[in-house]
Design a protein around this ligand. Structure first.
Ligand SMILES: [Zn+2]
Length: 347
């Protein structure tokens, strides 16, 4: 590879990766491809099953024989369904994985390769980790904790519109379940409808003022799914609301508040599904804009006190959609910017 990346080579690699279907749980083929690709560039590569016997493999690559590196450069291989093949129209690349997360991954690969070609990286400086399952519970990054390795810093790729992320919100996911008051027959047609009981509880919940963080802004409630009842002439026996609070601070305090609100409604239960805290990141780098990100990533899943940096080309607003895209110019800029971040983190 020449010292400066050629956009044709960049597009070619992204095209190849995007044309391999890699929806969560189907990451084997893209992992095999990446392993061969990076070996072909002179790296030592390992494909590591996320649990014994699993066909889901992370790929870990480094220079020489030393697995331990100061900086981890990482992206996820999996994409959300459905697979959408690569297409290109001028500067715009469309298809699944364009911005989440194969475009940002390619920008990292070319940045490391340019720095190598410029003689600025040596063995033990940088390793790549490409994980499975970021979009579905993060089993790949969770398994990376078992590699017996630590790093001084991690550079995580996600579409951040070319800005460095100041941090991202946590999440508290729970279901509110209302039970209709049954009459003697056991059927609630003479009691109070579960749908109305649910409304009462949800009204109280939406009236709460959730904690606000200076860096990440307000915590926000989303009522994602409501179900209940059978018809207009039947009092509902049960009604449910599946909710998520994007947490900018104090997930435990928020959880207590949700419980307190529900305790005032004797016919309503709350079932907490999962939670994770907000994450604050390293973001003060010269020449970079910085912004909080509203979405979750793999970052909290990798334990350790390494510095954490989140950066990548493309926009999360088109990720997961049917019109997912990225601009070639954004990727080329991200190669330059990644080089700066890598050198800064290795200083
Ligand atoms: Zn992603």
């Amino acid at each position: 590879m020449a010292a400066k990346a050629d956009s044709k080579e960049v597009i070619e690699l992204l095209k190849t990766l995007m044309n391999i279907e890699s929806t969560s749980e189907k990451e084997l083929e893209i992992g095999q491809y990446l392993e061969k690709y990076i070996q072909g560039r002179g790296f030592t590569a390992e494909r590591i099953a996320i649990e014994p016997g699993s066909t889901r493999h992370n790929v870990y690559a480094y220079l020489g024989q030393e697995r331990k590196a100061r900086l981890l450069v990482t992206a996820h291989m999996d994409t959300v369904p459905p697979h959408i093949p690569f297409s290109i129209d001028g500067d715009v690349i469309r298809g699944r994985g364009a911005c989440d997360d194969l475009g940002p991954m390619v920008a990292q690969i070319f940045a490391v390769e340019e720095l190598r070609a410029e003689g600025k990286l040596k063995e033990g400086d940088v390793s790549f980790l490409w994980v499975v399952g970021e979009e579905k519970g993060g089993p790949g990054m969770i398994a990376a904790n078992d590699m017996g390795l630590t790093w001084d810093a991690g550079l995580f790729a996600e579409p951040t519109e070319g800005k460095v992320a100041k941090g991202h919100k946590g999440n508290l996911v729970f279901e509110v379940i209302a039970h209709g008051k049954a009459c003697h027959s056991g059927y609630p047609h003479l009691g109070k409808s579960a749908t109305l009981l649910l409304f009462d509880a949800m009204n109280d919940l939406t009236a709460v003022e959730w904690p606000v963080s200076d860096l990440l802004g307000p915590s926000t409630l989303n009522v994602g799914k409501i179900e209940g009842g059978a018809g207009y002439n039947i009092l509902a026996a049960e009604a449910k609301a599946l909710c998520s609070i994007r947490v900018s601070k104090d997930v435990e305090g928020i959880k207590r508040t949700v419980k307190e609100v529900m305790d005032k409604h004797p016919d309503v239960d709350v079932d907490f599904k999962f939670q994770y805290s907000e994450m604050l990141l390293e973001w003060e780098f010269e020449g970079f804009e910085a912004e909080p990100m509203a979405y979750g990533t793999d970052i909290p899943r990798l334990r350790g006190d390494h510095k954490k940096v989140l950066y990548g080309p493309g926009s999360i607003r088109v990720a997961h959609g049917k019109d997912e895209y990225i601009r070639v110019s954004e990727i080329m800029e991200a190669i330059e910017k990644n080089k700066k971040l890598i050198l800064e983190l290795l200083r």
